[in-house]
Design a protein around this ligand. Structure first.
Ligand SMILES: C=C1C[C@]23C[C@@]1(O)CC[C@H]2[C@@]12CCC[C@@](C)(C(=O)O1)[C@H]2[C@@H]3C(=O)O
Ligand SMILES: O=C(O)CCC(=O)C(=O)O
Ligand SMILES: [Fe+2]
Length: 353
């Protein structure tokens, strides 16, 4: 996937590569101590019983439910999505095996500052004075070279699971894109890049495996700091351990409980742009715990290389000017690497009213 691999060439992201093995620390080092975020969640607010909607993709009202979820939360969970449970378990096993390798072995597949794939700290780390209690592995295209370093004997077994997961996710992206666009009043014929079969088969994606080891002082640590994804949409599988929270205006941080076989769908910045701000990208973060390692697998999906995303013609009009400039995913990743959470405002055409 040449486009994504080039995204950081002109904006290398320097994050500390030699970090301690989090699995062996008995105390939280100063460099991992965030100012007390006090788990400032929604429990005291009037809307405390609200949570991210759960949508059955076989529900005839799915499109309407998605519209509501995307305008209010920027996220929802899906059931009956067609991804076999066994595939979710296989990819979880790849993650578990990978992150259980000794530190020196994982570093053989380290991500380079101007590269996109490999093992390392979250690339957003460079924007924060403190380190996050997590490690990640990013895959764009084939993981073969890195997996050969990690598992010289049986890398092909791991590659197979990743390829199967990628294929299944691509199909789900097709379904979800159709539903999400339909929920905005846009058809596949309205988007040139929907592909000849209208199944969005040319979309680009990155697969991100995340591990959040058990933490000796979880209240003062941060697994993954608050961010939005740069994507059109992200499909997130979480093992059965809580930690993911989404931010809702007027409510605060709300935990997204893991559902057996469920997948979390996040609205990303490019869908925010395409929908002319109607579907705001969701701010989310991950907290850690003292008892069990948490694992997640994010399928970060964007448009094909060189496709410019701009507010869709059907969502602009005399009273609704386009709010954002046109950008390719690659250009936007560069902007994000430079401006992080201010990236969306740098591509905004007029100030929010
Ligand atoms: C395509 C991508 C989206 C992503 C940056 C990346 O190049 C590959 C990793 C993705 C990820 C996963 C963790 C959170 C995030 C903000 C990050 O630092 O790396 C996202 C990036 C993103 O959506 O901007
Ligand atoms: O671990 C999670 O639940 C979230 C991960 C995430 O936000 C990401 O990979 O972009
Ligand atoms: Fe994310």
């Amino acid at each position: 996937m040449p486009s994504l691999s080039e995204a950081y060439r002109s904006h290398p992201v320097h994050v500390q590569h030699k970090h301690p093995d989090l699995n062996s620390l008995q105390e939280l080092p100063e460099s991992y101590t965030w100012t007390h975020h006090g788990h400032d969640d929604h429990t005291n607010s009037p809307a405390s019983n609200e949570s991210v909607p759960v949508i059955d993709l076989n529900d005839p009202n799915a499109s309407k439910l998605i519209h509501h979820a995307c305008t209010t939360w920027g996220a929802y969970q899906v059931l009956n999505h067609g991804i076999p449970m066994s595939l979710l378990q296989d990819i979880q096993w790849v993650g578990e095996t990978l992150f259980s390798l000794p530190s020196h072995q994982k570093h053989k597949a380290a991500r380079s500052p101007d590269g996109v794939d490999g093992y390392g700290l979250a690339r957003i780390s460079s924007f924060f004075p403190k380190l996050m209690w997590s490690e990640g592995f990013t895959i764009v295209g084939s993981p073969l070279e890195h997996f050969r370093q990690l598992w010289p004997q049986d890398y092909d077994k791991y590659c197979d699971f990743v390829m199967q997961y990628d294929e299944a996710m691509k199909k789900l992206v097709g379904k979800l894109m159709l539903l999400m666009l339909d929920s905005l009043g846009i058809t596949k014929e309205d988007l040139k890049w929907a592909g000849s079969k209208g199944q969005f088969e040319k979309t680009c994606a990155a697969l991100q495996l995340n591990s959040y080891p058990t933490c000796p002082d979880p209240d003062r640590a941060m697994g993954l700091a608050a961010h939005t994804d740069s994507t059109l949409l992200t499909i997130l599988y979480q093992n059965n351990i809580s930690g993911l929270q989404v931010h809702r205006k007027g409510v605060g941080w709300v935990t997204v409980p893991p559902l057996s076989g469920g997948l979390v769908i996040n609205v990303g910045d490019l869908l925010h742009i395409l929908s002319n701000g109607l579907y705001p990208s969701v701010l989310h973060r991950v907290l850690v715990n003292r008892i069990q390692r948490r694992l997640s697998v994010a399928y970060l999906c964007g448009p094909p290389p060189n496709v410019e995303i701009c507010p869709h013609a059907k969502l602009v009009g005399p009273n609704k000017p386009p709010l954002y400039k046109a950008v390719t995913w690659n250009e936007y990743l560069g902007t994000k690497a430079k401006h992080f959470n201010k990236a969306l405002s740098t591509v905004r055409l007029c100030a929010p009213s």
